[in-house]
Write a protein of this length. Structure first.
Lengths: 461, 266
């Protein structure tokens, strides 16, 4: 548990690019002494890069990493007072368990008697007593990871870095190790910085979760904050199961979505503002009696998940919602549902349409996303800088990538109850957001085209 | 029937391959001056080879051969290992290019290597002798060491170098305490390979040995044969060298097999 608020590591404006690809984009983060902080995100989000920079294996392009008030950005890894537990253990194959753990102590010229007692103590800490003389190659994955943890903590680092340490273990072993890590963190009282792509693991272990995507921090908060109050639809979708829906804030404390008006607790969005609404599947109450319910629906599927049943329900207005309940409801039956005001989470929309910066090539053609698009004559001359906007549902995606004006790759898919909201990355590196009913897969290469009447041009000043 | 022919073919081939060396082996145990005459079993040629009663120059040649091989193998093992680590840390195109450049000298005919080294030493005005032979041998042995160390580096967990740094090792300590123990088997194989290549070499040696009267085994035998008739002591000598090389090869193979078995167990 965190006992005080003093900052041990302070990261300011940290950026890193590999070639053209930006992997970390202006990261700012304060890590408090003694806390268990988790960097969480899908693969390629930059979390491992950030950890490797803290460890000193990578140099930032810009920005600083401060540790206890000193800039350590230029300090080589062997002089940083922190230790790392690697994903693939990285034990030294030519040394036995004892010598692996004693490696750091011997380098620091710790007296032999002290090495002996510290190695034994840390072996005990990871429940590996009596394994000193074993060849590390003969150990199981879980045992190797225990030795790797012992090898790191025996040096009494101020900060322990863990790079997906449990990713290679099977589920049962992973659960056991999670509990042990948590306990170890309490006993040692040092700061843990943990990297994982497993949101459940992050919520279970951490004092603070840092959700990352695309090299940026999306949200920093306690597990409960992150779960209950996600700041955007990426976080809401990534953490746990959720129904993410388009809505409109009618006025303070009233929001309309799935064709119904609901009482909620959010204020200050302004009247008739488009918003995103998040409702967790366990927060939708379901009853067999449809008459007294807020809204009704038909059960489409019902699957037993161990503790609860997971159901998909099509509502009276044609939206599909995911629900979890302890009771099963028959497929095809009509059910009633309601949602408590405090369980409705309203988020400001990051954008309501696509906007691109472009340039007029002639009075009726505009260059955007690295391609030439036809547009209605708006009286602007060749060479003028313009903004072009396109509504989400007016972008056309084509199977045959050559048929589009430009090409793109589907990067992210979000189901919004009655349609998909796709993020498509164009070859020019821009993002196009598309609402569609068609089913696409992540990674599909598509052609993008826009009808002449759907492209709205305005002059850029 | 098919199996019988396959077996016969195999044994015939092996017999043809090994007949010359076996004949020399057999005739090393007789005293006859001319190869092919059997005048009864004797180990006199072996004793006279080592008593030095026959020719001092032969013993000198043997000594030169082995010291050159040792120095060349040792130096090329060090150079080759360092080069392999460097190449391993390169990425993409650059790595491909350097690996390609490393392979060319191995494919290049020895005679070309010999002539070009000869011309190099002449143009630099270096007096040719012991030092130039050693340098030449280092030059053609090093690529083989690189080739035998590279696979060890590729098998290595890429994080262990970082793990060593993380635990407080300087880059040099990490190299000495972690990287070298990991690639040691490759270095030993490379050393043995370089050693046998050096002992074996004639083409490069003859062009770089100069005319100061220095002889290695291969140049001595060549000169001896041209003078007419091989010295009988070469028979036991050839036998000893063959057996030595055979033993080294067996050691290399056993090591390789052990390493492979260990890899399987992990």
């Amino acid at each position: 548990m965190v006992t005080n608020n003093d900052t041990i590591i302070k990261i300011e404006h940290l950026s890193k690019a590999f070639g053209d690809k930006v992997v970390l984009d202006d990261i700012n983060l304060d890590i408090r002494r003694g806390e268990f902080i988790t960097l969480l995100g899908p693969s390629g989000c930059g979390k491992t890069t950030l950890l490797r920079m803290i460890a000193g294996f990578l140099k930032p392009d810009s920005g600083v990493i401060m540790m206890e008030g000193n800039d350590i950005s230029e300090v080589p890894p062997h002089r940083r007072p922190l230790n790392t537990v690697f994903q693939r253990y990285a034990l030294f194959p030519h040394l036995n368990v004892y010598d692996n753990i004693a490696f750091g102590l011997k380098l620091n010229k710790v007296p032999a008697a002290e090495i002996e007692s510290r190695v034994r103590k840390s072996l005990k800490m990871v429940s590996m007593t009596d394994y000193e003389d074993r060849d590390v190659n003969s150990l199981s994955g879980g045992q190797q990871q225990r030795v790797a943890i012992a090898r790191a903590i025996v040096n009494r680092p101020k900060v322990l870095l863990l790079d997906e340490p449990l990713a290679a273990l099977d589920l049962k072993m992973r659960k056991d190790m999670q509990m042990e890590l948590k306990q170890m963190h309490q006993e040692l009282g040092i700061t843990f910085i943990y990297v994982t792509h497993d949101q459940e693991e992050a919520l279970t272990l951490s004092d603070t979760v840092v959700v990352m995507s695309d090299g940026k921090i999306q949200q920093i908060g306690t597990p409960i904050d992150i779960y209950n109050e996600p700041t955007n639809s990426f976080v809401a979708d990534f953490i746990g199961e959720s129904n993410i829906l388009n809505g409109t804030m009618v006025c303070d404390r009233e929001v309309e979505f799935i064709g119904h008006k609901f009482e909620c607790v959010d204020e200050g969005f302004g009247n008739n503002t488009p918003v995103d609404v998040v409702v967790r599947p366990e927060d939708i109450y379901i009853i067999a009696n449809a008459e007294n319910a807020k809204f009704t629906g038909t059960v489409k599927s019902c699957i037993f998940k161990g503790v609860h049943y997971e159901m998909f329900v099509e509502t009276d207005n044609g939206y599909e919602l995911m629900l979890q309940d302890y009771n099963a409801f028959e497929v095809g039956s009509t059910v009633g549902m309601f949602i408590k005001p405090s369980d409705i989470h309203v988020m400001a929309k990051e954008r309501t349409c696509n906007t691109f910066e472009g340039k007029m090539l002639s009075a009726t053609t505009v260059e955007i996303m690295g391609g030439e698009f036809h547009c209605a004559d708006c009286g602007l001359a060749e060479g003028e800088s313009v903004y072009a906007s396109i509504n989400f549902d007016r972008v056309e995606l084509l199977d045959n990538k050559e048929d589009g004006t430009v090409m793109g790759e589907i990067e992210f898919i979000l189901y919004k109850g009655n349609h998909y909201h796709l993020t498509v990355l164009t070859d020019s590196g821009e993002k196009v957001y598309v609402d569609t009913n068609d089913i696409w897969d992540k990674g599909d290469i598509v052609g993008i085209s826009v009808d002449i009447s759907d492209l709205h041009i305005s002059k850029r000043v | 029937m098919k199996k019988f022919f396959a077996q016969t073919y195999l044994w015939l081939l092996l017999a043809l391959l090994y007949a010359p060396i076996i004949i020399i082996g057999i005739f090393s145990f007789t005293e006859a001056k001319v190869l092919g005459n059997w005048t009864g079993f004797s180990t006199k040629l072996y004793t006279s080879l080592f008593s030095g009663g026959v020719r001092h120059s032969l013993l000198d040649a043997i000594e030169n051969t082995f010291t050159i091989a040792l120095i060349a193998a040792a130096v090329s093992t060090i150079l080759g290992s360092i080069a392999a680590i460097g190449i391993h840390n390169m990425r993409g195109r650059k790595r491909q290019a350097i690996t390609f450049l490393n392979n060319i000298p191995m494919l290049n005919p020895d005679i070309i290597t010999g002539i070009s080294l000869f011309l190099l030493f002449v143009s630099l005005g270096v007096t040719q002798g012991y030092a130039t032979v050693v340098l030449a041998h280092i030059a053609f042995c090093t690529p083989y060491v690189v080739l035998s160390v590279m696979p060890r580096l590729q098998q290595m967990n890429p994080n262990i170098y970082e793990a060593a740094l993380d635990l407080g090792a300087t880059p040099f300590q990490a190299l000495r305490k972690v990287i070298i123990p990991e690639i040691r088997p490759g270095m030993i194989s490379g050393f043995i390979l370089a050693f046998t290549l050096s002992i074996d070499d004639f083409a490069v040696t003859i062009f770089t040995i100069g005319n100061q009267g220095l002889e290695t085994l291969s140049t001595f035998i060549y000169a001896d044969a041209r003078k007419g008739g091989l010295t009988p002591e070469l028979r036991p000598l050839s036998t000893i060298i063959f057996v030595t090389v055979l033993l080294l090869l067996i050691i290399i193979n056993v090591r390789a097999r052990r390493a492979a078995r260990k890899q399987e167990n992990i």
